[in-house]
Design a protein around this ligand. Structure first.
Ligand code: SF4
Ligand code: SF4
Length: 112
């Protein structure tokens, strides 16, 4: 999918999120991260801000997106059926294509 179309599709899906947080308990990575960016709600917010040009990629933002397992456990729990893996995959693709403001070094801060 061309970058413009992908950005539009990802923003459409991210825009469906109500930021209710019902999905967070299902996420296997959230409890291992230092903040909510390592969970579904945070990842949707990070992706949305990056794609809307409201923030530039930082090491923290990139680590948050790339530590997602794309398992879909959050989607099952979401009352609106938001496809968080689609949002994360799309944001990763656009980041790797270099259209979100360049590439940065990222070091995930995961704890056991
Ligand atoms: S993805 Fe769904 S459950 Fe999670 S915060 Fe957004 S609307 Fe709520
Ligand atoms: S798809 Fe990503 S954000 Fe959703 S539950 Fe799995 S690891 Fe967490």
């Amino acid at each position: 999918m061309p970058a413009a179309g992908l950005r539009e599709r990802v923003l459409e899906e991210a825009g469906r999120c109500a930021y209710c947080g019902f999905c967070e308990a299902a996420c296997p990575t959230l409890r291992h991260g230092p903040h909510r960016g390592y969970g579904p709600r945070g990842r949707v917010e990070i992706a949305r801000r990056l794609l809307e040009g409201l923030s530039k990629p930082t090491g923290e933002a990139v680590a948050s997106l790339f530590t997602c397992l794309l398992c879909g456990a959050c989607r099952v729990k979401c009352p609106l059926g938001v496809d968080v893996p689609l949002v994360v995959r799309g944001a990763r693709s656009l980041y790797l294509a270099g259209v979100l403001g360049g590439r940065v070094g990222a070091r995930p801060r995961l704890r056991g």
